[in-house]
Design a protein. Structure first.
Length: 113
């Protein structure tokens, strides 16, 4: 998708600090971290948001969860982390390319804001 910042990161047109990559997924450090560990996990395929995925994307969505587990293990936050996607402007989504925030390294509050 032209002009999509996360497509450009996935295509290595824009720099990011990658921590994980497969042929379908990429994960890199958030530019504006909200916790000591704040990693974004994205699909390389452009999906605007979770609401826009299709049934055929279900295995890919599952792989995101497993990637999060592996990245959390490697980052040393397996004992406490949060995996969240903001779906739509009302939920705080600012980049229109499906991504999951993996946050850890501090106490997480509930309910979220
Ligand atoms: P959202 O608000 O859409 O849920 O999350 C977007 C996230 O992307 C934010 O946490 C923001 O800091 C991060 N972000 C926006 N632009 C860039 C960028 O160019 N590089 C990186 N690494 N993160 C970005
Ligand atoms: Zn994109």
């Amino acid at each position: 998708m032209p002009d999509c910042i996360f497509c450009k990161i996935a295509g290595r047109e824009i720099n990011a600090k990658f921590v994980y990559e497969t042929d379908e997924l990429a994960a890199f450090q958030d530019l504006n971290p909200q916790a000591p560990t704040h990693i974004l996990i994205i699909t390389k395929k452009h999906i605007t948001r979770l609401s826009d995925c299709s049934q055929e994307d279900a295995p890919l969505l599952g792989k995101i969860q497993y990637a999060a587990k592996e990245i959390a293990d490697k980052a040393g936050i397996a004992e406490g982390f949060r995996l969240v996607t903001n779906n739509g402007r009302k939920a705080g989504q600012s980049v229109d390319h499906l991504h999951y925030h993996l946050l850890g390294g501090r106490k997480m509050n509930w309910p979220p804001g």
